[in-house]
Design a binder for this molecule. Structure first.
Ligand code: CAA
Length: 541
């Protein structure tokens, strides 16, 4: 069995939007990368994309010029499979999202790949078990699902197939960590795993709304981007992911999971026209000019409510089918898609009873099975929320974490990694409450404040949530609220130390006692997302 320390060469099969991004991530982390596609022009185009992206990252000072040059030098393009995988320790496959194509590729790879090497597929939805069975190493086969664009998205879903050995999953997780990503383990090989089971139905529902004329594309994108505060509008995201990819994932879910996942006519139309998105220059939007022109104030509560209801229904199904828990779903979607809050939390905030009603009404109106309320959602609604009543050990925090790293030290971790630990009113409320808890705890004699992830201590106020608030007064209020809460640090009757690693901007630079300069290139070791066993106080919703 291949050990993580033995991995030097990673072969990436497929140089498209995911393949080139995964190759880039691996090269940036110091691995030798063999990038392979079926035609010279495809590999060249993937190589050019890596070059473009590395330049962009350097231009934005996310990496140095030298790091960009070194990474590019580690990538070798290939068309010949034998040459590409003959010396590989790990293969990551990112060819088109079709079962038959992937199976053919694996059969081919198996012939030339060293026996102990591991194969990982970047499939977005297909069965890992079924794919593994075309190889002679199903125990050394697993899923490693990256998010688009891989260089920017933090999450890697590490998926176990029916035959995958525990050691293979451990190596895949270590590799994801070495790639500077956060792995989350998915135990159940079910279509779409975790994140796509939320995102793809969300994008499909956006298309259904256009198909049935209940809203326009720009109204929906305005609601998703500026009211819900997602990093991109639903259609903008579709164009980023690739409409062909979304469509293939949906087709597969439709086939395996049933009629609820029927692709919307508007999505079919766009795919038929080969408007695949950003990568082809045209998708829902046209990318010749400045790209999507999304108005800031065209969203409605109705749109938001319908989309949240559909996501909540999916969360319910994932929980009822034991694929994941609300807390892990929230964390995965925040890291994989940059959501400001997880879908379970967003749904809880709107109120599950109201969302059940919305689904029932839409079900009656349209007669479509996708609005059938899932058992998991009904149960959660009866329990007072996905996060309601699931913990009995006190208080639940979702934006921060409290730890006790040593005797007498209380640590507050800003825990919004996907949003660079930016400050929101909810985070401030939790911070305030954490200070209450630590101040009144006799065993705590000092406070340490840190941020999760290796990019930022805190990048200041969350400007997306500010932009989405219609009232400028809310921004002023957030600033006052911040001054009051952080001001408490100065008055606390014990020493406060900030462990700053990465950006500390705006409100995130508010001095606890003294300001430390962020050190560049000083990286924290990232832990996989798992239930934490250290002390964690939780706030009941
Ligand atoms: N490499 C380098 N730079 C890139 C890039 C890449 N691959 N892609 C985009 N950029 C650049 C852009 O060109 C832009 O540069 P300019 O400002 O010069 O035009 C810049 O990055 C934008 O970055 P910013 O940080 O300024 O903007 P942002 O804060 O909006 O971040 C984003 C961009 C990280 C992509 C953010 O919009 C985001 O998180 N979007 C959500 C994406 C998402 O949900 N992905 C998951 C999709 S699901 C999936 O992939 C799974 C599947 O199987 C279908």
């Amino acid at each position: 069995m291949m050990e993580f320390d033995d991995i030097e060469t990673v072969a990436v099969l497929g140089a498209g939007s995911m393949g080139h991004g995964i190759a880039e991530v691996a090269a940036l982390s110091g691995f030798e990368v063999n990038l392979r596609d079926v035609k010279e022009e495809f590999v060249q185009s993937g190589y050019d994309d890596i070059e473009w992206s590395l330049e962009k990252l350097a231009e934005k000072e996310r990496i140095t010029d030298d790091a960009a040059d070194d990474a590019l030098a580690r990538v070798t393009p290939y068309v010949d499979v034998e040459a590409a995988v003959g010396d590989a320790d790990v293969v990551i496959e990112a060819v088109p999202e079709k079962m038959e194509i992937k199976k053919e590729v694996f059969a081919d790879v198996e012939e030339h790949l060293p026996e102990e090497a591991i194969i990982a597929t970047n499939t977005s939805s297909l069965s890992i078990t079924e794919l593994s069975e075309v190889t002679e190493r199903p125990e050394r086969f697993c899923g490693m699902h990256f998010f688009n664009p891989p260089v920017r998205m933090q999450l890697v879903e590490v998926i176990s197939g029916g035959h995958t050995a525990k050691e293979t999953l451990e190596v895949a997780e270590e590799l994801a960590e070495a790639f500077d990503r956060t792995p989350v383990r998915v135990h159940k090989d079910s279509p779409g795993f975790i994140v796509n089971r939320i995102l793809v139905p969300l994008m499909n529902e956006a298309c259904w709304m256009v198909s049935d004329k209940s809203a326009t594309m720009r109204e929906i994108d305005s609601a998703t981007k500026f009211d819900m505060g997602l990093p991109m509008g639903a259609f903008e995201l579709g164009d980023q992911v690739g409409n062909d990819v979304t469509y293939h994932v949906l087709e597969y879910m439709h086939e395996v999971l049933g009629e609820a996942y029927e692709p919307a006519p508007y999505l079919e139309e766009v795919v038929e026209d080969e408007r695949y998105g950003k990568k082809t220059g045209e998708g829902f939007y046209d990318y010749d000019g400045d790209g999507p022109d999304i108005p800031t104030d065209a969203g409605t509560d109705e749109i938001e409510h319908r989309l949240v209801a559909v996501m909540a229904n999916e969360v319910g199904t994932l929980v009822a089918e034991d694929v994941s828990t609300p807390a892990d779903i929230d964390e995965a979607v925040m890291l994989g898609a940059g959501f400001p809050d997880g879908p379970a939390k967003i749904a809880d905030e709107v109120g599950l009873e109201a969302l059940v009603e919305t689904l029932e009404e839409l079900g009656e109106e349209t007669g479509h099975p996708r609005f059938e309320v899932s058992e998991g959602l009904r149960e959660a609604a009866a329990a007072g929320g996905f996060h309601g009543g699931d913990d009995d050990d006190g208080v639940e925090f979702t934006n921060i974490e409290i730890r006790r790293p040593g005797d007498m030290v209380g640590q507050i971790v800003l825990d919004r990694e996907a949003r660079m630990n930016t400050i929101t009113p909810d985070l401030l409320d939790e911070f305030d409450e954490a200070l209450d808890l630590l101040e009144t705890d006799d065993e705590i004699r000092s406070v340490l404040v840190t941020g999760t992830g290796d990019r930022a201590f805190s990048a200041g106020a969350d400007v997306t949530s500010m932009a989405s608030s219609a009232e400028p007064l809310e921004a002023i209020e957030l600033s006052r609220h911040g001054q009051r809460v952080f001001g408490r640090l100065e008055k606390l009757g014990m020493p406060v130390v900030a462990g700053i690693d990465g950006f500390a901007l705006g409100g995130g630079a508010a001095d606890p006692h003294r300001r430390l300069r962020p050190r560049q290139g000083d990286r924290l070791h990232r832990r996989p997302v798992r239930p934490r066993d250290d002390v964690r106080l939780r706030r009941r919703q």
